[in-house]
Write a protein that binds this ligand. Structure first.
Ligand code: COA
Length: 279
């Protein structure tokens, strides 16, 4: 697939990684209706794009995203219910539905300011890697509203109750280092190491069996909140479905490389992927 050009985002592909950059740096990547339309379209296409093995979402310039665009998303659509509804649906589609069901691993690479609605895609990605000096905040309280959309729901899921309550009601900011301590992001690194650390993490993911990665991330999301007996049943069925979906027959390859060839240790790393496409 050739890279498509968009008004408010940039899509670039290199070595299996597709970089999607929110691109309104002069507005700190505040999310306009157009940005939501661009993201919704791009994620729909990239989900089925064979070149995209891992998706990285980041921001241009000093910010990841300053949240919803107060002018274009809120004020300008206040008296245009059709546009309000269209942009609202596109927003919720891409930063919840499309990201949480994306069939390849997703990484939020948080390079700077991340406020309000900007936290939603970070929560929705499978992994988040932040610059230690990135700055997060639930700033809604500072302008007299509550964190709406999916924000409160997401942070109540990702953070502890005490932390979600504290940061939502106080509006206090926290940096990337603190975000890692809170387990809000997977880990944080010095800014100058952010891109390479993200590439290394993406390569680690790409070395694994893609169907197993997909089914595992879907399972981790699905079992949260299920009763144990239901989870057990779901995981049995999911495991059976994985055998059918895995065109590399990873289970058989992994077992044979350990038991017969004695060429690797599953406890210490992945088997050597050899393509064995089924018909
Ligand atoms: N909506 C609309 N415009 C925004 C915006 C937002 N969420 N965040 C930043 N901008 C615009 C500013 O209005 C400014 O536009 P201008 O140059 O035309 O005046 C431009 O982006 C740069 O912002 P500025 O505040 O000058 O940059 P800064 O680097 O000093 O500060 C922030 C960056 C992110 C700390 C600050 O812009 C901010 O607090 N933004 C709002 C964050 C927020 O509350 N988001 C929640 C929305 S749900």
């Amino acid at each position: 697939m050739s890279e498509k050009s968009y008004q408010n985002i940039i899509v670039e592909k290199a070595d299996g990684i597709t970089w999607v950059t929110l691109n309104r740096p002069e507005k700190r990547n505040a999310m306009s209706p157009q940005l939501h339309y661009d993201m919704d379209d791009a994620l729909a296409e990239l989900a089925v794009d064979e070149e995209t093995k891992v998706l990285v979402l980041t921001g241009a310039g000093a910010a990841f995203s300053a949240g919803q665009d107060l002018q274009l998303y809120f004020r300008d659509t206040a008296h245009d219910p059709a546009e309000r509804r269209r942009s609202n649906e596109a927003a919720h589609s891409w930063f919840y539905q499309r990201l949480t069901t994306f069939p390849k691993p997703t990484i939020a690479m948080v390079n700077g300011y991340c406020f309000g609605g900007g936290l939603t895609p970070v929560c929705a990605c499978d992994f988040a890697i932040a610059a230690e000096d990135a700055l997060f905040g639930l700033s809604e309280i500072n302008w007299g509203i509550l964190p709406g959309g999916y924000v409160s729901w997401q942070i109540a899921n990702v953070m502890s109750f005490r932390d979600a309550m504290h940061y939502a009601v106080s509006g206090e900011t926290f940096d990337g280092k603190k975000a890692a301590e809170l387990r809000f992001v997977t880990f944080a690194v010095p800014r100058e190491e952010l891109r390479q650390a993200t590439i290394d993490y993406a390569r680690m993911l790409m070395a694994k069996n893609p169907a197993a990665v997909r089914f595992t991330k879907e399972a981790i999301r699905a079992v949260k909140g299920m009763p144990a007996a239901q989870a057990l049943d779901y995981l049995r069925a999911k495991g059976d479905a994985l055998k059918g979906a895995d065109d590399e027959d990873g289970r058989a390859q992994g077992m044979s490389q350990f038991l017969d060839e004695k060429s690797y240790r599953p406890g210490l790393g992945p088997y050597q992927r050899r393509r064995a496409k089924k018909d």
